[in-house]
Design a binder for this molecule. Structure first.
Ligand SMILES: [Mg+2]
Length: 385
């Protein structure tokens, strides 16, 4: 079956209450969706961020899909990649656009074959994926009561771990929040913090040493992701494992960070790094270098489902007979912050024992609510056929 039609949409939802992290505050959440149809009228969904670069790149790439074989996903990935390899290919929305297309093509291929994406990817190693709650952003007057109540809610929902923000206040204030939250949670739940690149290496090390008593599972993006030397210094001297790379793209940006062991943990995002196809390559590379792979997620159920399928196919790092999340088994981020688009266009995913089941239906195995997609669409859908 050949590809016959593509629809591209920008979806935006307004938040009732803004929230913040070290770099900015937001009062909206958005996504760019791609819907790809074959000549039999079967379609697949993909997504990436709601930014103008992704939208522009999608309009460049999508026409090249028309008339091509829908099921040849990896060949299509490589062919499209080669069209933008020069001319600042990494600096624009090309790879995020390719990520959205790739996710849609795996969804479509699975629906055509009547098989889940994980089966087309070579089969799965596990049928439920360990997850942790991402939330605990900054909100107005949140400390301590609102922050502690939010954290308690994640425990009640069945999460064994959660991640909070740091870097948005002064170092002493953020240290107090981390130590206070650990005291509130008690021993047991995993707690991570994420600076979103807020620190230089000396400050990051000071922060890590000030919070060693809080039993932190990882320190995310301590320093700017362009500064490998700063992140490497933190990794070498920090008592807490260092993670990062949520905005990096393709195997080529991951290769030097893996080879030089800049991070203990890499966190590529399936809607950013190159889609399901490229994430499987990056995941296997991380395994080869002994670097843990705990993917980032910030989208709707489309990229969350894609991540579940992908992670189900990856091996333990390091090899060990008994699966143990955070130790040798990948742990997937499960964003719990308000996102009106995510909450309305895709189904919720039940958390049981801090795991989410890998969907078994054809393709990504989820239903997208097209009426809700219409309600959140800004302007008209862009149709390519
Ligand atoms: Mg992060």
């Amino acid at each position: 079956m050949t590809i016959e039609r593509i629809e591209i949409r920008t979806l935006v939802g307004k938040l009732d209450r803004p929230f913040g992290w070290s770099q900015r505050w937001t009062d909206i959440r958005g996504v760019t969706t791609v819907q790809v149809w074959d000549s039999d009228g079967i379609f697949g969904w993909g997504e990436s961020g709601a930014d103008p670069q992704t939208l522009a790149a999608l309009q460049q790439l999508a026409p090249q899909l028309i008339g091509t074989q829908a099921g040849h996903v990896r060949a299509t990935w490589q062919r499209l990649y080669e069209t933008f390899y020069q001319s600042h290919g990494f600096a624009t929305g090309n790879v995020t656009a390719l990520s959205a297309i790739d996710i849609a093509l795996w969804d479509l291929a699975g629906k055509q074959a009547g098989k889940p994406a994980w089966e087309l990817l070579g089969g799965r190693m596990r049928d439920a994926i360990p997850v942790y709650a991402t939330g605990l952003y900054y909100t107005e007057n949140d400390y301590p009561d609102a922050l502690f109540a939010e954290a308690s809610g994640y425990i009640e929902q069945g999460f064994s771990g959660m991640k909070m923000k740091v870097g948005g206040k002064t170092v002493p204030e953020d240290v107090k929040r981390v130590l206070g939250l650990r005291k509130h949670l008690g021993d047991g739940p995993h707690l991570m913090y994420d600076a979103n690149e807020a620190y230089d290496s000396a400050t990051a090390l000071r922060f890590a040493h000030s919070t060693t008593d809080a039993d932190i599972s990882w320190f995310e993006e301590p320093c700017p992701s362009y500064d490998d030397a700063a992140n490497a210094r933190v990794r070498e001297q920090s008592p807490i494992p260092i993670s990062g790379c949520e905005s990096l793209k393709t195997r080529h940006e991951f290769a030097p960070r893996l080879a030089n062991r800049i991070y203990d943990i890499v966190q590529p995002d399936i809607a950013v790094a190159g889609g399901i196809s490229e994430m499987q390559v990056i995941g296997q590379m991380a395994n080869a270098y002994g670097v843990k792979f705990h993917p980032h997620f910030w989208g709707t159920g489309i990229s969350f489902a894609a991540s579940l399928h992908l992670v189900s196919t990856l091996p333990f790092t390091p090899p060990k007979q008994v699966p143990e999340p955070y130790v040798n088994e990948p742990v997937l981020e499960f964003d719990q912050t308000p996102h009106p688009v995510r909450e309305n266009i895709t189904p919720g995913f039940e958390v049981v024992d801090s795991r989410v089941a890998v969907p078994d239906g054809p393709g990504l195995g989820i239903e997208v609510d097209e009426a809700a997609v219409g309600r959140f669409t800004v302007g008209e859908a862009i149709v390519i056929e």
